[in-house]
Design a protein around this ligand. Sequence first.
Ligand code: ATP
Ligand code: MG
Length: 586
Amino acid sequence: MIWKPIQKDPESYSKRPNLLDYAKTAAAFSWETVRSELDGLPGGGGLNIAHEAVDRHADGGLWDHVALQWLCSDGTSRAFTYGELKKQTSRFANVLDGLGIGKGDTVCALAGRIPELYIAALGTLKNTSVFCPLFSAFGPEPIYQRLSKGDAKILLTTHGYYRRKVEQLMDRLPLLKHVLLVDVADHPDNGLLSLPKLMAAASDTYVIPPTDPEDIALLHFTSGTTGMPKGALHAHNAVLTHYLTGRYVMDFHPDDVFWCTADPGWVTGTSYGIISPLLHGITNVVDEADFDAGRWCDILAKRKVSVWYTAPTAIRRLMRMGIEPARAYDLHHLRVIHSVGEPLNPEAVVWGVKAMGMPIHDNWWQTETGGIMIANFPAMEIRPGSMGRPLPGIESAIVRRVAKDAVKVIEAPDVQGELALRPGWPSMFRGYLHDEARYRKCFVGGWYLTGDLAKRDADGYFWFVGRADDIIKTAGHMVGPFEVESTLMEHPAVAEAGVVGKPDPLMGEVVKAFVTLKPGFAPGDALRLEIIGFARKKLGSAVAPKEIEFTPDLPKNKAGKIMRRLLKARELGLPEGDLSTLEDSR
Ligand code: ATP
Ligand code: MG
């Protein structure tokens, strides 16, 4: 199906979008101007993310404005103003000082979405040590890998997680100096400390030490979709990207209420779940509970969320349930919806118009890029299925490798190649932890190669094709799984699809689809043939799946992404590789 572009009249938004003229803004862009809109530390002390996110607002007229609106899973809630956040994060920075933790030391957090985690993240940045969040659903081994690889000196966690997941690892973690427990009143022993007790004794004022924009601020592990997770290092200078994307992509305006559903265990949950909204002095909603359609719609309505950032898995779940939130809930505060993490099927963009009252804006980035790089901006025409256009200040291209150390930019539109970015944007990762060689391999011929395949159309919109590792080579064609999956999802019975290449002596590979069905549909040969026929009609027989296997669930990692490498390994009876980020099957 050819999906019609969606154009919203910029005047129809309750607040005029910040980016109205894309071409003019991109042409006049300079990172120096973005920098000049931030404070910098007093007295020329450099650039520190936490100062820009918290202290400058607390001291600049927003002391009583709600910074974090925390929703506890038991139904209660708690608001933290910018003033309170300033004091609490200063206390945490003093706690770290008192423990001898400073510039460059790694502070990890293993906790759910609780206030202490947000305070620790920002307090760690104040103290100029390096914050590294760990997803709380990890088991002991992935936790061990990250703590040891990250040379963690401090771990913040709960008593329960400590007993169940960490205590057994302590002998193997000689560098870990202290574990701070958020929910015990007294220090259990020397290395194990009560965070409330330390916080109560610490001063709530703190002078942020000089911070070079190149000082490392964050350590984020990738999602492990294609293999072993990599540790990406980010500098304080990343704050420029966090700020700019907040303005142009998220379209933050004063008094906005923002909700990012990602967990801070992943880069989205930190760059956008903590930093970006606070940089704009708005209210950031944090929900402790996991996905629940009713609860989520309630939050959007009752908390008057105006900008929402979520992921394709969540959107597909809402679609599968057949609910139309815009009908049943008062969503009139909601202005923009964004999605990231996986390709967003065009069907989902259009579903947004009907069910949410507005299209869903897809955007693309990676742990390595530190912030959004390509986006559908609110005032721009949306082309369903496209990731949008590059952020002003970002140069991106489709390239082809022509030698080990050279690439060629593909100028012609609609030609598939590797998505590349011109290095040097502020939130570009500064290294893979302990893997300099791998880091260097990402940069070829003056470009950063993303490992994703895409196309660019004549108007500069980028279209995701698939991860380089997932591309299927069948009878001389290169087939991207995303296109096949999106088409399958247009069939009324299909809820989700994961498509892989299955080796075949004649064709090289054949396209095989794993499909989950919507409620009310039962697997069977008739339905299988019907879906294959449906896909053939739309995609042609070269690209349509030759095989369909119905499955109750698709394997996903804890970031919610379909793990095609696992579908393929299982299909071929090969070793399943690193499963530390695999979501538990429910
Ligand atoms: P790993 O690198 O360990 O395999 P990962 O690549 O899934 O894991 P992330 O950095 O969290 O780890 O994810 C970035 C990747 O997610 C991108 O390179 C891309 O493949 C995919 N992605 C993110 N957003 C989009 C999007 N809007 N459209 C298509 N793909 C996307
Ligand atoms: Mg990746």
